[in-house]
Design a protein around this ligand. Structure first.
Ligand SMILES: Cc1ncc(COP(=O)(O)O)c(C=O)c1O
Length: 444
């Protein structure tokens, strides 16, 4: 029996279903750069980067060294009670590298989810208001606050309510829903009307604490809000004294070809959540926000024993060094252009490839049927075949290919992954792919 299967069979007895969205029956044993290796010793090109949590690649030597050196000095003393040098340095660095020419402060957390919870707490604390506005298609995390403002899967609501009160969702400006011939501006105006509808009918703006958005939705399908729409809602928050926050957990740290996804829009948000790749996948998140907002609560309003842990902070310092030294933001942009060329060409060659959205080494590629409708089965066939051919790619919202390799992927590895994708596309076009034989439901 394969080692993968042995481990999975045993794990299945002990691990609850709610913790994993199922894709392929592999066990990741180790990784280096953009290559991961399973428990049977098979290599794969990683086109997922641990859900955008290893932007600088797996086990980067500088991060490994930073973790090990810090572990020799001090693994943990809770920042909830006493400072340590590396966490203090990281707080300053995050203030320096986030947008906004105003005074900022930082809180640390253990996950993107608790960072978004913190945003809700501080926005409420600062404004003295309770309502929170977020967007359909959003994924902000799995703690009660973050799950309450998410809108991407029924399983994030089903059976677990009541959720956090006073949370409202408005439609995300999903460009795939644009009417034929509708310009960016017209689409933005139409969606802004929908944004304003609650405010005009049942939601007094002066009771709203927060508008939180992923400027480019990640799990929602890698979908970028139009510039005009972002400007309109940002201006709306200015007019009504509402905190404007962005979630950079998925799309931050170079993923989109800019350091932050909000940098595409020239807006300095009041607050920003960061996680995933910050410590190369070690559990560390942060919220950076205007000092007047961040000073509105007192300890222990947002205290966690391990948040800002020195080993994770050292990993984050090394990760930020690598992003700068290896010019990974520019690399994401440059290699992202190769990816755009490849997927746009593929869309011309294969009728089942619909909308292609690429922002840096970061893409959502829709798979459609002959009527132009989402084709979830074809998507599953494709990702399974891509897996068999040696690359890891998963789907989003059923019919979107998720393309998020580590930013250190070599051009050779990228070319190899394009070859694998082309083979899978060609086989699907020839009607040669079938659904995998597995007892697992695949995907979200
Ligand atoms: C945009 C965004 N925000 C927040 C989160 C939650 O982060 P975590 O899983 O670390 O709690 C995610 C995770 O996928 C995410 O994509």
């Amino acid at each position: 029996m394969s080692e993968n299967k042995k481990i999975l069979d045993e794990e299945k007895i002990n691990l609850a279903d709610a913790t994993r969205v199922k894709y392929f029956d592999i066990v990741i044993d180790h990784g280096q750069g953009a290559i991961i290796t399973d428990a049977d010793g098979t290599d794969y090109i990683d086109l997922l980067a641990s859900a955008s949590a290893t932007n600088i690649g797996h086990s980067h030597p500088k991060v490994v060294a930073a973790i090990s050196n810090q572990a020799k000095k001090l693994i943990q003393y809770t920042p909830a009670y006493f400072a340590n040098p590396v966490t203090a340095s990281l707080a300053k660095r995050l203030v320096d590298i986030t947008p906004g020419n105003f005074k900022k402060q930082v809180v640390f957390g253990n996950s993107g989810s608790d960072a978004n919870d913190a945003i809700i707490k501080f926005a409420r604390g600062y404004t003295g208001r309770s309502y929170v506005v977020s967007f359909t298609g959003a994924y902000h995390g799995s703690t009660y606050g973050a799950i309450s403002i998410s809108g991407v899967s029924l399983n994030m609501t089903r059976k677990i309510g009541p959720l956090l009160p006073n949370t409202i969702k408005v439609p995300f400006p999903d460009q795939t829903q644009r009417e034929a011939g509708e310009s960016d501006d017209a689409f933005s105006e139409r969606l802004f009307k929908q944004f304003k509808l609650p405010f005009e009918t049942y939601l007094p703006a002066d009771e709203v604490a927060l508008v939180i958005i992923e400027p480019i939705q990640g799990d929602g399908g890698i979908i970028k809000a139009p510039q005009k729409y972002m400007s309109l809602i940002y201006e709306f928050t200015r007019k009504h004294g509402i905190v404007f926050a962005v979630d950079e957990v998925n799309q931050g740290l170079g993923r989109t070809g800019k350091l932050w996804s909000i940098d595409h829009f020239g807006i300095a948000p009041d607050m920003m959540s960061i996680g995933k790749s910050l410590a190369s996948g070690l559990p560390l998140s942060a919220v950076v926000g205007r000092t007047e907002i961040m000073s509105s609560l007192s300890a222990p309003a947002n205290v966690y024993t391990t948040a800002g842990n020195p080993v994770t902070a050292a990993a984050a310092m090394a990760t930020l060094d690598v992003i700068a030294e290896e010019n990974l933001v520019a690399r994401s942009k440059k290699l992202g252009e190769l990816a755009r060329d490849f997927f746009e060409q593929a869309a011309r060659s294969y009728w089942f490839i619909g909308d292609v959205r690429i922002y840096g080494l970061n893409g959502g590629i829709d798979i459609i049927d002959e009527h132009g409708k989402p084709d979830n089965q074809a998507t599953t066939k494709l990702i399974y075949r891509i897996f068999e051919l040696g690359a890891i790619m998963i789907s989003l919202r059923g019919n979107t290919l998720r393309f998020q390799p580590p930013l250190v992927i070599t051009e050779e590895q990228l070319t190899q992954s394009f070859k694998i994708l082309t083979q899978a596309f060609t086989e699907l076009a020839a009607g040669n792919l079938s659904l995998p034989e597995t007892d697992n439901h695949i995907g979200w």
